[in-house]
Design a protein around this ligand. Sequence first.
Ligand code: AMO
Length: 431
Amino acid sequence: MISVKINRTHYIEDINADMKGQEVILGGWVEDLRKMGKMTFLTLRDVTGITQIILTDDVMKSIDDITRQSVVRVTGKIQDTKARDFECEIKADEINVLAKAVHPLPIDPLGRLESHIDNRLNSRALDMRNQKTASIFKIRHHVLASLRKIFIEKKFTEITTPKIIGSASEGGANLFSLDYFGKQAYLAQSPQLYKEQMTIGLERVFEIASFYRAEKSHTGRHLSEFTSVDIEAAFMDYTDVMNVLEDLVLNTFKYVSENCKKEQEIIGNKITMPNGPFKKITYSQALEELNRKDAKLEFGDDLLDSHLRIIEENHPDFYFITDWPIKLKPFYIMEKEDNPELSESFDLQYGYLELSSGGSRLHNPEKIKIRLSEQNLDPAKFSEHLQAFDWGMPPHAGWGLGLERLLTVILGIDNVREVILYPRDPERLKP
Ligand code: AMO
């Protein structure tokens, strides 16, 4: 390998037949090599696309032992091509190998030979050379861009809350604990308490960040480290934040379907726009639907995965389940004024899959203390949070949305591991 300057002049998507005769310097990865007579046809890929490079035997001599997926720099001239798949091609004057790839590679990055998801995750960086995988992550990027754009339009301010915390934010369960300079600390399960506190000064806040759940779940929808999209808004109640959520989902589908046409084509799945407004069924209506199908549930029973799969038969797409029994909801959720057994809460579902949950929050600290005690949590452990409620806490509401779960719905994929770079689950801690 020789040391060469990189000084690439163009991305592959920027060259076209009108540039015939122009000298360009390209950089990228060798996707394929075919020798035909005195010529070698090399297909070169960079992040923007693929082109054909023609190498005479003389030029080829300098890189005789080149392997697929090696990184090369090509200097050459644009010319017309007979190849059907390309608009033009490059006749190489010089080619340099900048990094040689091993042979054989652990997975086929072209995806011609299908690899098991575990093998792909073990070689994730190489998997990213598979155009389907790369397209998933480009779409993830656009979804994030869309979410931020919509939040900003709605006057939400982005915040970043701590991920190392001294006490549980949602109650006791599902926390990873760690030693923090000799003190007990935890990884945050959600930004719940901090985002509520921030409504005092910023009114409308959002956060998009990794949060941690120590759940021993082995499903296509659970991760130990997932990305949560959270909002909290002063002077809103649960119907207001449901509207924000619905608007966000519909606009994000629209944004992705308009801005990611090439990626949808590569994945082979055209994004279908959901219809709004999303249906709303109450928890009690859900219970009736289930009991009509012999589920034998009583008021106060939680809706398990098996129940949600039955509800999915009637509601295959987006819908809200609202007004849950208060005893099924965390201490910070507000009860309904006309029936304190119920709460101003909701889950956003896509069929059986829970995408988001949220509600109106209690903002009276005395009520919060009572609810904490009812749930066997010690109000003293929440004193730092509760003091903010003495500083003019506005009525507020919010929700948390699982980004990976939303992405599986947008992409029509059934495993969250496909849409996060290096998934963490009870079995997977590396790479
Ligand atoms: P909840 O615990 O329901 O609510 O979480 C909100 C959403 O986060 C996603 N999610 C997960 N995604 C992947 N793997 C997991 N292990 C996982 N756990 C949760 C789901 C879920 O709907 N503080 C409240 C939200 C609020 O009221 O603002 C909360 O965390 O999509």
